[in-house]
Design a protein around this ligand. Structure first.
Ligand code: NDP
Length: 281
């Protein structure tokens, strides 16, 4: 039987640590505030944004909420970001993605001051991660490192295969696993023989957005399997990119969906908000 890596208690542990740090900062007269911007009312985004605000409340930091209408122009959004960049009482700026199609996401990400880029998406943050300098790290991959470490899973020297190469998950994940001294392979939709590659993995991290695509024939016996995917199955139930029922009997540890990687993303966003105080020093 595989160990089920439960993200809920691990994320709670991190949030409780952050709560203590926030209280200690408050005693020194330092308050931390996250500004969250949502454009339009995509229901999934509203859920994510509310969870982020609740997370801030839980650890005892402030949040400012900007709910802008769908028809907000790119310039209006950029000027709000510039204003928040200047504000001394705002430590982190988060723009919930995806944005309406008339707004250029790249431009928005680049406009956020890298010192307030708590999502870790700014090219400067990604560059810093690449060359091992301090900076904000994208929350989902950072959360996966915490899941592995706090579950007692050794990373150094392991063969790690990452399936998916997006800018927000796959690529930063590869850089972080490299930083942790794993031997890293990144596979994607143009990889020739995916099964041959994934079967080499001691640690397999899947972020492709394809419901239950990864069955046991992609997995080496005893591997650790981390499922980043959040999808809906044929019954509209939440599911991952990994076929949990099929893979669980052959692996040594696995994350469920929901309740695995998902809760870690918000915990690491809150971690980045607290980290912003050091980065802004
Ligand atoms: P993207 O769509 O940006 O990237 C998907 C990646 O998977 C691409 O690199 C693509 O390859 C690759 N891919 C797609 N299909 C295949 C295939 N059949 N075989 C091999 N590789 C394939 O997705 P994201 O990285 O943003 O997200 C991935 C999943 O993770 C989604 O389900 C998303 O909802 C979830 N997610 C969950 C988060 C959480 O907090 N738990 C946070 C972020 C995302 P190519 O580059 O060649 O096109």
């Amino acid at each position: 039987m595989a160990k089920i890596i439960d993200g809920k208690p691990i994320s709670l542990q991190i949030k409780d640590e952050l709560k203590e740090k926030a209280a200690a900062l408050k005693e020194q007269g330092i308050s931390v505030t996250l500004a969250v911007i949502q454009v339009g009312n995509n229901p999934a985004s509203t859920v994510y944004v509310n969870n982020k605000k609740k997370g801030c409340e839980y650890i005892g930091i402030g949040s400012l909420s900007y709910e802008l209408p769908e028809e907000t122009s790119e310039e209006e959004l950029l000027s709000l970001i510039r204003e928040l960049n200047e504000r001394k009482d705002v430590n982190g700026i988060l723009v919930q993605l995806p944005l309406p199609s008339h707004i250029d996401e790249d431009k928005v990400i680049k406009t956020i001051d890298p010192k307030k880029d708590v999502d870790g998406f700014h090219p400067q943050s990604v560059g810093a991660l690449c060359i091992g300098q301090p900076g904000f790290v994208s929350c989902t991959p950072a959360g996966i490192i915490q899941l592995l470490k706090r579950s007692g899973i050794e990373i150094a020297g392991k063969e790690c295969v990452i399936l998916g190469r997006s800018n927000i998950v796959g690529k930063p994940m590869a850089l972080l696993m490299l930083r942790e001294n794993a031997t890293v392979t990144v596979a994607h939709s143009r990889t020739k023989d995916i099964k041959e590659v994934t079967k080499r993995a001691d640690i397999l991290i899947v972020a492709i957005g394809k419901p239950k695509m990864i069955t046991r024939d992609y997995v080496k016996d005893g591997a650790v399997v981390i499922d980043v995917g959040i999808n809906r199955d044929e019954n509209n139930k939440l599911c991952g990119d990994v076929d949990f029922q099929d893979v669980e009997p052959v692996c040594s540890a696995i994350t469920p969906v929901p309740g695995g990687v998902g809760p870690m993303t918000i915990a690491m966003l809150l971690h980045n908000c607290m980290e912003s105080v050091n980065i802004q020093k």
